[in-house]
Design a protein around this ligand. Structure first.
Ligand SMILES: Cc1ncc(COP(=O)(O)O)c(C=O)c1O
Length: 466
C-alpha cells in the first residue's frame, strides 16, 4: 500500500502516530524509530559459530542470528557488544534479572559445599524450601490453606514446569482411582492453554500445531472453553469420571487471557461436587508475577485449587519446578508413587530459598507494584494511540501483560522490529505481544520498552503494515 493511500485511509486518531494534531492530546513516542540493532548482522566469527552449532543442535527454534554472551539486571549483551533490554526475562524466568550478585554468591557457596545428593537421602535445603513455599502460600492466602494449624500442604520438586504438570496430572489420576475407582481418570483442560510438551502435559495443551505430530495423545482428556462460567456447561464438562482439572489462572503462551473470578469459582465448585483435583498451573503467572505470590492468592477461598504447579522464576534460571499439593491429595501420594533424580537437589533448592526470600520481601513487592502500575499507565495509551493495530484493552495484570492485535501477523512483526531497536519482547497466542520483564524492572526501563513499541508502531503505520 502506498504512503499516500495510507494517509487517506487512516482514521483520525491513528494520524497522531505520524505527527498529526490530535484532539485527545496524545502523541506517540518516536524516539526509537531508527534501527540500531539489526538482526543478522552478527560478527563473522559469531556467524561461523552459529553455522557450526546449528549442524549439531536440533533445529526446534527459529532463532535470529544473535548470540548472547552476558547479562546484568534487565540487560543482555550480544557477541557484537550490543546491549538489549530484556522484557522477556528468559520467558518469565529471571525475576531478579540476569547475573544477580547475591544469587551468584549463594550459588558459588552452595556449589562449593554440595550440589547434588540423591533423593535417597535428606538434604538441608529441599525441606526448607518446601516449608517456605507452604508457609508463604498460607501467609499469602493461597491454596485455601487455613491461617493457622499444621502444614496443610506438601511439595514435590521437579526440574521444569512440564515435569511439575506431569506430576500433578499423575497425582490427580492416583487420587481419582483411590477415591472413585478405575474409571475416574478423566482430565479437563481449556482452550488456549499451555502446560508443556511431555505426553501428559501436551495432551492438555490443545494446540494442533503442538499436538498433531505426536498423536495419539493420552486418553480421557476433554477441552473446555476458557472463561465459560455457565454452570450447565461446566457440569457437562467436569463429571463423576473426572479426576483432575488443570488451568492457568492467567494464561501465558496462549495470549495472556485472565480467568474471571466467576469462572474459577464455578469450576472449583464443580470439582468439589465430583471430587476432582483442581490444579492451577502458575508456572508463568505465579511467584509474584501478577503482584501477589499466586495469581489465585486473592480469590475467594472457594475458588482456590488443590494443587499449584510452579517453575520458571523459582531459582531465577537454575532448573527447578515444584508441585504444591494440599493434604487431601498429598495423602494419596506415598513412597514410590513418584520420583526424580535431580528434583530437590541442594543447589537448586538453596537458590530457590534465596529467590523466594527476596521476591516475598515487602519492599520488593512495593517496587514491583510501582513499576507494574507505571507500565499499566504506559500501555493503556496504546489502544488509543494505535486503534488501527490494537483491537482491545491490554490484557493481564502486574508484570504479565498482553497487547492484543487485530492482525495475526502484527505481533511477530512488532517483536522483530522492537528487537532491532534493542528491546526483547515475546508474542503470545495468535494475536498478542507479551511483556514479561524481570520483576526488578524499573519505571525508566518500562518507559524505554513502551517508547520502542510506540516507535515501532509508528514505523509500521508509515509503512502501511496493517
Ligand atoms: C503455564 C506454563 N505451564 C507449563 C510450562 C512448561 O514449563 P517448562 O518449559 O519449564 O517445561 C510453561 C512454559 O512456558 C508455561 O508457561
Amino acid at each position: 500500500m502506498s504512503l499516500s493511500r495510507v494517509s487517506r485511509t487512516l482514521p483520525r486518531v491513528a494520524r497522531l502516530a505520524r505527527g498529526y494534531a490530535c484532539t485527545s492530546g496524545l502523541t506517540a513516542n518516536t524516539a526509537y524509530t531508527a534501527v540500531t540493532h539489526p538482526d543478522n548482522s552478527a560478527p563473522e566469527a559469531t556467524q561461523e559459530l552459529i553455522k557450526e552449532h546449528s549442524s549439531y543442535l536440533l533445529n526446534t527454534y527459529a532463532r535470529p542470528q544473535i548470540l548472547f554472551t552476558k547479562g546484568k539486571g534487565a540487560n543482555l549483551t550480544d557477541s557484537a557488544g550490543r546491549e538489549y533490554l530484556d522484557f522477556s526475562a528468559g520467558i518469565a524466568v529471571t525475576a531478579l534479572g540476569h547475573s544477580d550478585a547475591q544469587l551468584n554468591a549463594v550459588q558459588a557457596a552452595q556449589a562449593e559445599k554440595l550440589s547434588h545428593v540423591s533423593n535417597v537421602y535428606w538434604n538441608e535445603h529441599a525441606g526448607a524450601l518446601a516449608k517456605d513455599l507452604v508457609e508463604g502460600t498460607r501467609a499469602a492466602g493461597g491454596l485455601g490453606l487455613a491461617k493457622s494449624g499444621g502444614p496443610g500442604a506438601k511439595v514435590f520438586f521437579s526440574n521444569s514446569g512440564t515435569e511439575a504438570n506431569e506430576g500433578a496430572l499423575k497425582f490427580a489420576r492416583k487420587y481419582g482411582k483411590d477415591v472413585g475407582g478405575e474409571n475416574k481418570t478423566g482430565i479437563v483442560c481449556f482452550t488456549n492453554a499451555f502446560h508443556g510438551r511431555s505426553m501428559g502435559a501436551l495432551s492438555c495443551t490443545p494446540n494442533p500445531k503442538y499436538q498433531a505430530p505426536f498423536a495419539p495423545l493420552i486418553p480421557n482428556v476433554r477441552v473446555g472453553e476458557y472463561n465459560n462460567a455457565d454452570a450447565a456447561v461446566i457440569a457437562e464438562l467436569v463429571n463423576e469420571n473426572t479426576c483432575g482439572v488443570i488451568i492457568e489462572p492467567v494464561q501465558g503462551e496462549g495470549g495472556v487471557g485472565t480467568a474471571s473470578v466467576e469462572f474459577l469459582t464455578a469450576l472449583a465448585k464443580r470439582c468439589r461436587e465430583v471430587n476432582a483435583v483442581l490444579i492451577y498451573d502458575e508456572i508463568q503467572c505465579g511467584l509474584f508475577r501478577t503482584g501477589t505470590m499466586w495469581a489465585h492468592s486473592e480469590l475467594p477461598v472457594e475458588a482456590q485449587p488443590d494443587v499449584v504447579t510452579m517453575a520458571k522464576p523459582l531459582a531465577n534460571g537454575f532448573p527447578i519446578g515444584a508441585i504444591l499439593v494440599r493434604e487431601n491429595v498429598a495423602d494419596v501420594i506415598g513412597v514410590g508413587a513418584h520420583g526424580t533424580t535431580f528434583g530437590g537437589q541442594p543447589l537448586a533448592c538453596a537458590l530457590g530459598r534465596h529467590v523466594l526470600g527476596r521476591i516475598s520481601a515487602p519492599e520488593f513487592g512495593a517496587h514491583l507494584a510501582d513499576s507494574a502500575a507505571h507500565l499499566d499507565t504506559l500501555i493503556a495509551r496504546l489502544p488509543k494511540l494505535f486503534p488501527q493495530f490494537i483491537k482491545e484493552e491490554t490484557r493481564g495484570r502486574g508484570l504479565i501483560r498482553g497487547i492484543p492485535f487485530k492482525n495475526e501477523k502484527q505481533p511477530g512483526e512488532v517483536v522483530r522490529m522492537a528487537r532491532e531497536r534493542g528491546v526483547l519482547l515475546l508474542t503470545a497466542g495468535s494475536d498478542a505481544v507479551r511483556l514479561i520483564p524481570p520483576l526488578t524492572i524499573t519505571k525508566e526501563q518500562c518507559d524505554q520498552a513502551v517508547a520502542v513499541i510506540e516507535s515501532v508502531l509508528t514505523v509500521m503505520d508509515k509503512e502501511g503494515k496493517w
